[in-house]
Design a protein around this ligand. Sequence first.
Ligand SMILES: [Mn+2]
Length: 487
Amino acid sequence: MTDELTPETPDEDEQPIKQRKNGLYPGVSDELAASMQSGWADTELRDLEPIEQAPNAARRRAALSARFPGERLVIPAGNLKTRSNDTEYDFRASTEYVYLTGDQTEDSVLVLEPRTGEDGHDATIHRLPRSNRENGEFWLDGMGELWVGRRHSLAEAEALLGVPCKDVRELAAALTEATGPVRVVRGHDAGIEAALRDKVTAERDEDLRVYLSEARVVKDDFEVGELQKAVDSTVRGFEDVVKVLDKAEATSERYIEGTFFLRARVEGNDIGYGSICAAGPHATTLHWVRNNGPVRSGDLLLLDAGVETHSLYTADVTRTLPINGRYTDLQRKIYDAVYEAQEAGIAAVKPGANFRDFHDASQRVLAEKLVAWGLVEGPAEKVLELGLQRRWTLHGTGHMLGLDVHDCAAARTEAYVNGTLEPGMVLTVEPGLYFQADDVTVPEEYRGIGVRIEDDILVTADGNRNLSSALPRRSEDVEAWMAELRG
Ligand SMILES: [Mn+2]
């Protein structure tokens, strides 16, 4: 990357543009300043069509408005976070803002303003306008468009999003002045929260966050379509990985991580979460994202990865693959048990079922296997009652999926974990068995083996649909698929 135009007195140039005096910039001649102010074409985009999800976002805002009548609601997209010095982490807009606008622009804030004397709210998106070319902001400010790229004008953003837009730089002062009840989604924009500090309470703000989590539990058709796209790209990413396993063996798990990331960045926005590329005993570490270990023939590779689409919906898929293309007898025994548990779990996903049912169905199968293998004393009923299988099953069998990989995480227990499945919900079913390398309670040959199989399941009117069924799951199908891809 390049550095900013080097001024003769770099220290003074660090000052924000607004602190500079009347067009006199250190190290910049008046002639250059005058030159940079003019000679630019009008690039305003006209006749823009609204983005595809604009009507969905409008429906979501209407539902939010009905839930909090008479209150000002503030939903920030968030700001850039410094990585070091003058470089920032990749920006990812807040899920709440994306859900309610379809937009992903940093520093933006959606405000629902209660109408006076009538029901409902007026929505406004406060955002950075195009850079001013008269006052030097365009080229002398690090956030100027010359440095960070062209932004949409407020008029363009209005046309795309179907919401009136204003300059966000005036919002904090306006919120400080405003009266009446207000709630803000916390954790995304410290400046906006500071402006509201004396007007909000943690409890009331939490109600807003919980509502926005629960509103996302059932997906609309646009969201289901995006999740399918995310899964389809993820399937291609898994195929990419299988094709380069020999290169990973020659290097490390990083080759797998990089290969999947390439697919995610080319077809989508990003990966939806840090890819878990866990070879050998690393598969027993649930969130193994260091991905710096060796990839060895004869071991298993647990790959848990998902592409996030341009609209920010993510897949969450896991396969556990034999690195050399063939499971050993013991690996197959454990893999097939997890597959059987997953089948039982998927069969329990249907409208009207309790959310916990698929977890219970998978756990029962795994407990029975552990008893049958002599790893824990039966009967399975007692093992389940005491939760003894959890030494090796470790985690819940699934979660909601959407804009966040662990979607709807702020939902109340009664609306999620103790709730009932409905058509339009999308969740993962992902049982696993993990024998830690230092677990001396199991025979030595089990130690260091971890298996998880994870699919993304849509609840339909009459049962479910496996969005990730394009990736094989049965052990012999996995082997055949790998053989075909590796030629
Ligand atoms: Mn998952």
